[in-house]
Design a protein around this ligand. Structure first.
Ligand code: C5P
Length: 477
């Protein structure tokens, strides 16, 4: 029976049904289906055989526009949301995963439902939302073993300290933890907790345990916490970072999947990222506020597009993008040497905030605080890595891209930089303090090329990376 219309339901009954549906996190239609199924089962007759197989317990409200369901071979992601303040970001994560062609089923712990409702998650997920271990309807339909078995990857975001401990110890007393024990597919955790909890030896022991069990981790990131005045390591990785990490983990097994574009396969991409540290003496250095987030996001996006990626990174506090060769350096001169060694490459993207100057005569011993006047710091110019590579006559990458971090006259400065440095594209951005770009998660780019200027919308650094890699793939196709 495809459908059943029930007429003459009065307003009071409708309101009661609506309340009941909201309480159980189901759509009205699903709630009615659940009531009918329970009634049919109670009569003990065969009515259950006559009605349609039950759907997952929570479905998107019909008014919400959905993308078409992902193709049969699209990655199946089971997202477990546990109870942390970062749970609100998991709704965005569902969208980011679906944007990448994934089909998403959601499991929410009891605590997670204190932060976001199953109905909100159901409006975005295309595979249903599951909350109970012993729900006879969902167990009848899918059940925890099937939920675990049918996923290509289980992503836990946010993963609280408590849930991490459960995973580390193999507890299985609710739907989410039972799935963790039943899953044989890759598992990715995005820890999110207060910095003190993250640093606690117990948490670090649990992290070591799950890592030994081949569980993947993304984040936590460093920055401000939801609690006022709290900062440190413990912020959940951004939804785009988590989505990228999940897709990257799946990639080796799914390279043939049409849903993951491989626009840069057989291409090599060299990327610089982060700040440089220029020594004053063995313990002091000159640095800048670059976090490396933009360069790392570009490295991830390029690797996801199938490129062979070398990332020459200054000192940063970021997780290593999977599938990327990382060369860690400190100073501008080390960065140049590493870049030259990593060539040839088809594309070079210079996102590092390289110090323009270094101390001319860095001390080999710690400079002592003496009675005499303060030691003068004589500066000398660092090599310009972008300009050096862009002006190469031999072995110049086909496409050389630089960034222009400006605090005024953004476009004019970027245009003159494009000419002076001899690169093909400049991504100009305003890094005045009020923009929050330096160290932040969002960026507004103006792409400056010989053909003109294109303004990109304000977006996350991951989205900037995606847009850039898409443009690069088009250019060198
Ligand atoms: O610092 P500036 O605005 O000149 O940086 C513009 C571009 O040049 C950036 O892409 C940066 O990575 C690159 N650069 C470099 N080596 C330097 C200075 C800047 O590669 N010494």
């Amino acid at each position: 029976m495809a459908s059943l219309t029930v007429r003459q339901i009065d307003d009071k009954l409708k309101t009661l049904l609506r309340l009941r549906a909201a309480k159980s996190g189901r759509s009205m239609e699903d709630e009615i289906r659940t009531i009918l199924r329970a009634a049919a089962e109670e009569t003990g007759n065969a009515a259950l055989d006559l009605i349609e197989p039950p759907n997952p317990p929570v479905h998107p409200p019909s008014s919400v526009t959905q993308k078409p369901a992902a193709a049969a071979e699209s990655p199946k992601i089971l997202l477990i949301i546990t109870g942390g303040i970062a749970a609100y970001k998991s709704l965005d994560l569902i969208r980011r995963l679906r944007e990448r062609g994934a089909s998403v089923r959601v499991v929410m712990t009891k605590a997670a439902q204190e932060f976001v409702t199953p109905l909100a998650a159901a409006a975005l997920a295309d595979g249903g939302v599951f909350t109970e271990l012993f729900d006879r309807h969902s167990e009848f339909d899918v059940g925890h073993i099937r939920l675990a078995r049918e996923a290509d990857i289980v992503v836990v975001a946010p993963c609280t300290a408590d849930f991490l401990a459960r995973v580390a110890h193999g507890l299985a007393d609710d739907l989410a933890s039972s799935i963790m024990l039943a899953a044989s597919c890759p598992v990715l955790l995005a820890p999110a907790m207060n910095p003190h909890m993250w640093r606690h030896p117990a948490t670090q022991r649990n992290i070591a345990r799950v890592s030994a069990d081949n569980v993947h981790l993304v984040g936590p990131n460093t920055g401000e916490m939801a609690e006022r005045g709290e900062a440190g390591t413990g912020r959940m990785a951004e939804p785009n970072e988590i989505a990228q990490a999940a897709i990257s983990i799946l990639k080796p097994a799914r390279t043939a999947a049409a849903s993951i574009p491989q626009a840069l396969s057989n291409k090599s991409v060299l990327i610089t990222a982060g700040p440089t540290h220029e020594p004053i003496d063995p313990v002091r250095y000159i640095a800048n506020r670059s976090s490396g987030k933009q360069g790392y996001a570009i490295a991830r996006a390029a690797a996801d597009a199938g490129a062979e990626v070398t990332l020459v990174s200054g000192p940063v506090n970021l997780p290593e993008p999977p599938g990327v060769k990382i060369i860690r350096v400190e100073s501008a001169r080390e960065m140049l040497a590493a870049v030259e060694k990593a060539l040839p490459a088809d594309v070079a993207i210079f996102a590092a905030a390289v110090a323009d100057w270094r101390v001319a005569h860095a001390g080999t011993q710690k400079i002592k605080k003496g009675a005499a006047a303060m030691p003068p710091l004589e500066l000398t110019e660092n090599p310009d890595i972008l300009s050096t590579i862009a002006h190469r006559t031999e072995g110049r990458p086909k496409l050389v891209i630089g960034f222009a971090a400006e605090t005024e006259n953004v476009i004019a400065n970027a245009k003159s930089k494009l000419a002076r440095k001899g690169c093909d594209w400049i991504l100009a951005n305003d890094v005045s303090t009020e923009t929050g770009v330096m160290g932040g998660d969002r960026n507004t780019i103006h792409l400056v090329t010989a053909q003109g200027v294109t303004d990109w919308p304000e977006q996350s650094k991951e989205d900037v990376a995606q847009m850039l890699i898409t443009a690069v793939a088009k250019e060198i196709a």
